[in-house]
Design a protein. Structure first.
Length: 460
């Protein structure tokens, strides 16, 4: 049995009303970030006296690494706040990459700050590098707020260790996700010693005010967008599971009903983080894309069983309450730059592509969807796609393995042969990382400019 979601014309009208072509604010935001870092360096330089001895030099190095670590830590938390301007315009995947990179730099700077500062103190006390552990213990016992800072630093290092690639792949997603939330605790614990022991904040009241404003603003954004906004959304729309339908082997659609769901602000191509309030699933929150444009009383996701959470979706019963956070993602119609569009989906990456295939404005012949799967049996939602293609005069193609298991050729020559004017198309694609990289290289080889290739990975 498969689902059929009707009402495509209404969904396209809704999309047309929301299309506001706009540039990503990524570059201006990065300039602001670098300007802030430059301000931190200036603050350190302005408050650094002449370095007369070796100990002073080590302590000065410890101060600048600590200041930069404190600045970056605020940005790390900001990138976790789900701010719409970041999530929907820069893109959730790009923000996630910024967060991971900022986190690595922050932990490196924190470790450097501890080692450099403690060594500087040890030199002042006439000790050697071998005595740095004892000096650290003495500092924790003697200086204000250092005990909390030591605990926070330990938490940060632990989060960094479990986020390393080889370790991250070996632990359950839910465990990693909830441990990652301890970043808030680590930030709170390490904040206070910055003001009580940081020379810049002791001698510069304005600097202390700015630091309070920075962390206060970030805290307000976290509370608003990660706590209050989801509460408001779910109290207003009251989502419940309506039905669970098998679409293909290992692939199910979850239909959810609620109130005025088309007013949630979601667009085709976006995703939510879903928490199903059923036994064994209440504490799991996972990102899944909408596989159809929102209807006034219906949302749908289509998910392939790839882990404990996604496998458990088939057991959901009608009436189960759903807690949603979002919408997130920037791979929407607003990214479109030209009249013709190629949508490329790999596996369950068909979900956002199906929603875009239904809603992207275009005349007959403007839209093409290429669907890659292992076999024809794995082509989830195929009947719906065929119906949309027929209604809209769009082109629908699939690429599956041969009976002998040979993979189809997706190369620049093949793409140019199938779509002669491909360089004039915008391309939206979604699929596993290896598939996305292969298609990206083929598209570039076929002459599609980078600015017209739109891809967003929802792997967290």
């Amino acid at each position: 049995m498969t689902t059929t979601i009707a009402g495509g014309r209404a969904a396209r009208r809704q999309t047309m009303r929301r299309i506001r072509p706009r540039r990503s604010p990524a570059v201006p935001l990065l300039l602001v970030v670098f300007a802030g870092a430059a301000g931190v360096i200036w603050l350190w330089w302005n408050n650094t006296p002449s370095l007369a001895d070796t100990a002073s030099k080590w302590l000065a190095a410890g101060r600048i690494t600590g200041l930069l670590a404190g600045y970056l830590m605020a940005l790390v938390v900001l990138q976790m706040a789900r701010v719409p301007a970041l999530e929907r315009r820069v893109g959730s995947d790009r923000v996630a990459r910024w967060h991971a990179m900022s986190g690595r730099y922050t932990i490196s700077l924190v470790v450097a700050h501890v080692v450099l500062t403690m060594y500087g103190y040890a030199l002042q006390a006439g000790l050697t590098f071998a005595d740095i552990v004892q000096q650290t213990i003495d500092s924790i016992n003697q200086l204000p707020d250092m005990g909390k800072a030591a605990i926070g630093t330990g938490v940060l290092v632990f989060i960094g260790l479990i986020s390393m690639g080889p370790v991250r792949k070996r632990i359950p997603y839910d465990l990693w996700y909830h441990v990652h939330l301890l970043t808030y605790v680590a930030t709170f614990l390490t904040f206070w010693h910055q003001l009580s022991t940081g020379n810049e904040f002791v001698v510069e009241p304005i600097a202390k005010t700015v630091w309070y404003a920075l962390y206060g603003t970030v805290t307000a954004l976290v509370v608003w967008y990660r706590i209050l906004t989801p509460i408001r959304l779910n109290m207003r729309h009251r989502l419940r599971v309506e039905a669970v339908i098998e679409e293909a082997p290992g692939v199910v659609s979850v239909l959810m009903s609620g109130r005025k769901l088309h007013r949630m602000g979601a667009e085709a191509g976006q995703f939510f983080r879903w928490r199903f309030l059923a036994p064994g699933m209440r504490f799991s929150s996972h990102p899944y894309s909408l596989s159809a444009a929102p209807r006034p009383n219906m949302l749908r996701i289509t998910v392939k069983a790839a882990g404990d959470h996604s496998s458990a979706l088939r057991e959901l019963q009608p009436g189960v309450r759903v807690w949603a956070e979002g919408p997130y993602g920037a791979m929407t119609a607003s990214r479109r730059r030209s009249g013709k569009v190629l949508l490329v989906a790999g596996g369950v990456g068909i979900t956002p592509m199906r929603a875009l295939f239904e809603t992207l404005p275009g005349a007959a012949g403007d839209l093409t969807l290429l669907y890659r799967a292992n076999s024809t049996q794995d082509l989830a939602l195929w009947d719906e796609l065929a119906s949309i293609a027929e209604e809209r005069g769009a082109r629908l193609m699939y690429a599956v393995n041969s009976p002998e298991g040979e993979r189809p050729d997706i190369s620049p020559d093949t793409l140019r042969r199938k779509i002669p004017d491909i360089e004039e198309h915008d391309v939206f694609m979604c699929g596993p990382p290896g598939f996305a990289q292969q298609v990206y290289e083929a598209l570039r080889g076929a002459g599609v400019p980078t600015r017209r290739i739109h891809h967003e990975s929802f792997e967290m």
